[in-house]
Ligand binder design. Structure first.
Ligand SMILES: NC(=O)C1=CN([C@@H]2O[C@H](COP(=O)(O)OP(=O)(O)OC[C@H]3O[C@@H](n4cnc5c(N)ncnc54)[C@H](O)[C@@H]3O)[C@@H](O)[C@H]2O)C=CC1
Ligand SMILES: O=P(O)(O)OC[C@H]1O[C@](O)(CO)[C@@H](O)[C@@H]1O
Length: 383
């Protein structure tokens, strides 16, 4: 069985590639990073180390790679795949869509077997987003012909894999915890399940609990830590003020999630504490610049700060700490991050409410935007 995985980066090698290899797939990575592709082609294997006391190691063998900039190679790989997965960043899905569409056309011409395509990105409905990009490139007749043999089940992926700093460019250190949840109701009839993947009939509670706890908490720690001059999440979480702030943000999302999905409140509190423990993992070094990366995406309406805040407000619940986290995102003045630079530019030109309104798509007078801007102003005056 062959899986074609787009994105041989941290989550691609450290989570999806490892799991699929352990599930019996031959994994073919498609990536645009030339040295990475060359090294995967040369060695056909790499090492994954768990960030824990024992430091368990796994050798991921039988892998290969293709150059993601070679449209023919990409189309051929997709045409002969039993599974396609991605971990490239939600904004990159549109760029891999042409290769996938060409591969699906080849499958149609050759009478290919049924195919699942699963996007493993930090976003709600990422596979559906990929599907939209791919379908736009196909004719109505092709779409119809593919409908019975192609599915894009949405998923939620959870494993912290920081930026790697090893001499071996393929080596990757990952946290021991992982969870890959896939929407069973979007599978093709009779589809075999991948060992190690958790299938659920309704993905919404899983993806929202994960995105609005792990990812909301993580970026809150990153923005609060950055504002205090910390370089890593681990340093930030050692600061009582930052750790207390992150917990209070997660209490807000937690109250909203418990009310929305009927989770047991005590169990959800324990879930929050587990997540906070994962952020503190002393065997990882995770830079605030990585976790806070792309603040415009993180401040967009459907993402980890604005969406849970709006849902909380809709339910008459407070979202003050979430607004504070949004205000802190405005202080993420990270020179290497193009979105941070755009946000700083917007902040200079439009002020805090204008910049937040632009990023979130909410009006500048929206109470959430006003609260976040006020929190930013207050912090700016205090510092
Ligand atoms: N790192 C983590 O802990 C987690 C990341 N994610 C999600 O996984 C996705 C990837 O994140 P990371 O692995 O951290 O990023 P990364 O930057 O390490 O990996 C992304 C890879 O995609 C490749 N890429 C970019 N454009 C491409 C194209 N057109 N075709 C093929 N490959 C292309 C890059 O060269 C890079 O190797 C993101 O959506 C992220 O939100 C989800 C859960 C955990
Ligand atoms: O990959 P993104 O969406 O930029 O956000 C970084 C996030 O990804 C993760 O690495 C894993 O979900 C989290 O650590 C962090 O919240």
């Amino acid at each position: 069985m062959k899986a074609v995985h787009f994105g041989a980066g941290n989550i691609g090698r450290g989570f999806i590639g490892l799991l699929l290899s352990q599930a019996g797939y031959e994994v073919v990575f498609s990536d645009v990073n030339e040295p990475l592709v060359r090294e995967l082609q040369r060695r056909g294997e790499y090492e994954v180390t768990l960030a824990e006391e024992a430091g368990r190691q796994f050798r991921v063998g039988g892998v290969s790679a293709i150059d993601g900039r070679d449209p023919q190679a990409v189309a051929e790989a997709v045409a002969s795949a039993d599974l396609v997965t991605t971990a490239v960043g939600v904004g990159v899905l549109r760029h891999i869509a042409p290769g996938i569409a060409a591969g699906l056309q080849l499958r149609l011409a050759r009478g290919g077997a049924p195919l699942h395509l699963i996007a493993c990105e930090n976003a709600i409905g990422a596979s559906t987003i990929l599907k939209q990009h791919v379908m736009e490139l196909l004719s109505g007749q092709e779409r119809e012909a593919l409908a019975a043999s192609t599915a894009f089940p949405d998923s939620a992926v959870d494993r912290i894999v920081p930026i790697q700093h090893h001499e071996d460019i393929l080596a990757v250190t990952v946290e021991p915890f992982y969870e890959w949840v896939v929407n069973r109701s979007q599978l093709l009839p009779g589809a075999a399940e991948i060992p190690g993947v958790h299938y659920v009939d309704d993905l919404a509670p899983y993806i929202e609990r994960k995105l609005f706890t792990v990812n909301t908490g993580h970026c809150s720690a990153a923005y609060a830590g950055y504002a205090k001059g910390f370089a890593t999440i681990q340093q930030s979480m050692q600061d009582e003020e930052v750790a207390g702030f992150v917990r209070s943000v997660l209490r807000e999302t937690g109250d909203m999630l418990v009310r929305s999905y009927g989770f047991d409140a005590a169990e959800h509190d324990a879930y929050i504490e587990t997540i906070l423990g994962r952020f503190r993992n002393p065997h990882l070094t995770d830079e605030v610049a990585r976790v806070g990366r792309s603040p415009l995406r993180k401040l967009s309406r459907e993402d980890r700060l604005v969406r849970p805040a709006l849902l909380a407000l809709e339910q008459g619940l407070p979202a003050d700490r979430l607004a504070e986290a949004m205000g802190l995102a405005l202080r993420f003045d990270e020179p290497g991050d193009p979105e941070a630079m755009q946000l700083q530019q917007a902040l200079r030109e439009l002020g805090p409410a204008g910049a937040l309104a632009q990023a979130s798509g909410l009006g500048a007078e929206h109470p959430l935007v006003q609260a976040a801007a006020a929190s930013y102003e207050q912090e700016a005056q205090a510092s």
